[in-house]
Each structure stands twice: as structure tokens, then as C-alpha cells.
Design a protein around this ligand. Structure first.
Ligand code: GUN
Ligand code: ZN
Length: 434
């Protein structure tokens, strides 16, 4: 797995946070904070997490990196993003369908050019790593070369990354339409080349029901049935206008989720972005099949979509991830995304604790992508993707952290006010990247 097998072990010293349970179900006791902690890394894998004194004593040959009061956490896992929208992030004034037609589709049309795709893929990964994100599940465009560009850029950085060709065969410009057959063929060829190659995973990716004919959805459902170990990602119930449109396009469907189920696109390993305006039947069915939903709070406020039911869905036991949804989302930062999740939950009357926010951005997203135990966790056996937070990265944050009674209060100031300046260091696959 590691790019550097049999290297000297690295011992990273600082404050550490480790989860022993799910804070949504088990409360704040699910997390353990070590004031003088350490993480031992070798060959891309976390070997041990514990008290600094003990691990120093037990591993005298390790190369020590001292992070002082900084906080070591798992690298952030962004469970839903569109890397091709990097250059049009923060585009003004539209709601979902107009936003797609006005800003997104013209930009995505450019990704038939492999050089442009590579330029944006590299720019995007540099931006997210600078923001402490070490794993992302991204949509590409309909162009196979847009998938290749992202996987190549991730491979060069040693990143664990998931992506797929975005399939659309209707309600999109000519430049962005494939067919049921080419969607199947291209997705299959990309899957066979990239899936489980090193740290990469292919994700079957119909954009959403409005831009796929029933034939295309069925073709991708068949591909998923042939490769059930792959994830399948799409969008679900983001805006009320969109839901009404889906109803008119699929008059026989019981609801939006049913448009996927009718075509073999519902199951464990299904990752449904947004999932804001769910009916009781849709919730029950998602739970029954153990599918995942992904909360994209900066997108939901930016595009004006609505308020995700974090409390209801997490306490019901749903797999819930957290994501930027770049560039419908207005930030590359999972810190900013946690802040927006806090604000959205406040508008629904449920303040999320910092442990819950950090859990969502790491273990929660990893679970949503069925990568629990692999990334998103500081624990022995997990891959060594580590983000180091400076909890006093700006004068404004530092003066608030000064008053903090405990690590949660200090961390919360960085969650609410922090940005890429709070990212002191990033380790990817056991190698320091920043
Ligand atoms: N629904 C279908 N495509 C998209 C997209 O690119 N962004 C968002 N936010 N929603 C979508
Ligand atoms: Zn999206």
C-alpha cells in the first residue's frame, strides 16, 4: 500500500482525538482526548495511538515530529463533490436547475479536453489537501478523460479517492450527453481499469433521475449488479422543484427514491447526496437497505435547497456523511462545512456538539462511503491520513481559544471560524504532504 515500504517509523506528537463509538448514539463519551498524545505510523499504516510518553519509550528508533498543542485528527473525508465545478464555485443568484444550466453545464462541457481536465484535477486536489481533506468521493463529467485526469492526479499524491463518470442522456446540452449504451460501456471500461487500483475506487455515477432516461438508469443498475462491491452515487430530493420535475418524468414511480429502485439503483453501497425532502417511505426504505445519505450544508444554504434532518436521520441509525458539494457548495473546506452543518442544525433546533461535527467529517463520511476502518479514524490498522489542526490559527480564533475551558471549546472556535490557515500539517499514506 505504501509508497515507501520498510521506512523508519514516524511518531507524531500533539493532542489527539480518537473515537470509541458514535457520538450521535453514544454521546460525548464516544471520544477520547489525549492532551499529550502520539500517533505511530509506519509504511502508510497507523500502528499505534496513545500517550506520547509511552509511545516514545516503546519506539526509540522512530523519527519524531513534534506538533506541540496542535490537534491530530484523521484527514477529512469529503463524501460528495464535483471537482469539475472548481472554477465556477460561488456563482451568483440561481437555484438548482437554473444553476446547473447557467453555470455548471457550460463549465463541465470543457472537460472533453484532457489537458484542461488535468489542470483542474490538480488544482482541485491541491486546494482540498491544503484544507486538510485526504479522501473525497467526486463526480467527474460525462467525459472518460475527466475521470482519468482525477485518478491520475490522486495516484500521484498517494490519495485514497473515489470517483466516477457522470452519466446523462437527457435534459442536458448535446456536449454533455452520452447514451444508455455508452454510459454503460465507458463506465465499465473505467471501472475495470481503476477500481481498487492502489487507493482508488470507481463509483458508478448517474447524475440524477432528471438527466437519465429509464434506459440509462437500467443500464447503470445492471452494471452495479455486475460489480456490487462498487459504490453508486447520485443525487436525491435536493429541491422541491426538482422533486416535482422527477414526478412528472417518472409518473409510475412512488417517489424520487423509487426512480432509482425501479432501475436497480438502490442498495447498500448507494450514496445519495442531499436527501433533504424525504418522505417517510423513502427514509424507511433507505434505512432498510442500509444505504448512505450525504449532508452538503454549504450547498443547501447557497443554492437555497432546505434544512437536512441530521437529528432524525442519525438517531434512526442511517449512515450519514458530510460533504462540501463543491461547487454547488461554497467552500473547499470541511471546517467551513462543519460550521454550516452546525448552523443548519441550529435552524432545526438541535445544536451539534463538536465531537459530532468532527465525527461526521471523518468517521461518518468514511462509513457513508463504506470505508470505515480504512480511513477517517486514528486507530491501529487504519491508513495513515492525518490532519493537524492549529487551534490558534488567527488572532480572532487564538483569543477565543485562550478562554476555552476544554479542548471542545477550543476546537469549536476553529470549526466555526477556521479555514486553511488552521491546517498546520497533512499526512497522506504515511508521508507528510504539507
Ligand atoms: N443535482 C444534479 N447535479 C447536481 C450538481 O452538480 N450539484 C448539485 N448541488 N446538485 C445536483
Ligand atoms: Zn452534487
Amino acid at each position: 500500500m505504501s509508497a515507501h515500504p520498510n521506512t523508519t517509523p514516524d511518531l507524531l506528537l500533539g493532542q489527539t482525538l480518537t473515537f470509541e463509538g458514535n457520538p450521535f448514539l453514544d454521546g460525548p463519551s464516544a471520544v477520547r482526548h489525549e492532551r499529550r498524545g502520539a500517533v505511530l505510523v509506519q509504511d502508510g499504516v497507523i500502528e499505534a495511538v496513545g500517550a506520547a510518553d509511552e509511545l516514545r519509550r516503546d519506539t526509540p528508533n522512530a523519527r519524531v515530529t513534534e506538533y506541540g498543542d496542535h490537534l491530530l485528527i484523521p484527514g477529512f473525508v469529503d463524501a460528495h463533490a464535483h471537482y469539475p465545478q472548481t472554477a465556477i464555485i460561488a456563482s451568483w443568484g440561481k437555484r438548482l436547475i437554473d444553476w446547473l444550466n447557467t453555470y455548471t453545464f457550460p463549465e463541465e462541457s470543457r472537460f472533453g479536453d484532457a489537458d484542461y481536465a488535468a489542470e483542474i484535477a490538480n488544482r482541485y486536489l491541491d486546494l482540498i489537501v491544503a484544507n486538510g481533506t485526504t479522501t473525497v468521493a467526486s463526480y467527474a463529467t460525462i467525459h472518460p478523460q475527466s475521470v482519468t485526469a482525477l485518478f491520475e492526479a490522486a495516484e500521484a499524491r498517494g490519495m485514497r479517492l473515489l470517483a466516477g463518470k457522470t452519466c446523462m442522456d437527457r435534459n442536458a446540452p448535446d456536449t454533455l450527453r452520452d447514451t444508455a449504451q455508452t454510459a454503460y460501456d465507458d463506465s465499465k471500461a473505467l471501472l475495470e481499469h481503476w477500481h481498487d487500483r492502489g487507493r482508488l475506487k470507481y463509483v458508478i455515477t448517474p447524475r440524477f433521475s432528471p438527466t437519465s432516461t429509464p434506459d440509462q438508469l437500467s443500464a447503470l443498475g445492471a452494471l452495479w449488479a455486475e460489480h456490487p462491491d462498487c459504490l453508486m452515487q447520485t443525487h436525491l430530493s435536493e429541491q422541491t422543484d426538482e422533486i416535482a420535475w422527477v414526478q412528472s418524468l417518472f409518473p409510475d414511480a412512488r417517489d424520487y427514491l423509487d426512480t432509482y429502485e425501479m432501475h436497480g439503483l438502490l442498495g447498500a453501497g448507494g450514496v445519495y447526496g442531499h436527501a433533504i425532502h424525504l418522505t417517510d417511505r423513502e427514509r424507511a426504505r433507505l434505512l432498510e437497505v442500509d444505504a448512505s445519505v450525504v449532508h452538503c450544508p454549504t450547498s443547501n444554504t447557497f443554492i437555497g435547497s432546505g434544512l437536512f434532518d441530521m437529528d432524525g436521520l442519525t438517531t434512526a441509525g442511517m449512515r450519514v456523511g458530510l460533504a462540501t458539494d463543491t461547487g454547488g457548495g461554497s467552500s473547499f473546506s470541511m471546517l467551513r462545512t462543519m460550521a454550516a452543518a452546525y448552523e443548519v442544525a441550529q435552524l432545526r433546533g438541535r445544536p451539534l456538539h463538536p465531537t459530532e461535527l468532527i465525527w461526521l467529517a471523518t468517521e461518518g463520511s468514511a462509513r457513508a462511503l463504506r470505508l470505515e476502518g480504512t480511513v477517517g479514524r486514528l486507530a491501529p490498522g487504519a491508513e495513515a491520513d492525518i490532519t493537524v489542526l492549529d487551534l490558534a490559527s488567527t488572532p480572532a480564533i487564538a483569543q477565543r481559544a485562550e478562554r476555552a475551558k476544554d479542548v471542545w471549546e477550543a476546537l469549536f472556535a476553529t470549526i466555526m471560524m477556521g479555514d486553511d490557515r488552521a491546517i498546520a500539517s497533512v499526512w497522506i499514506d504515511g508521508i507528510r504532504a504539507i
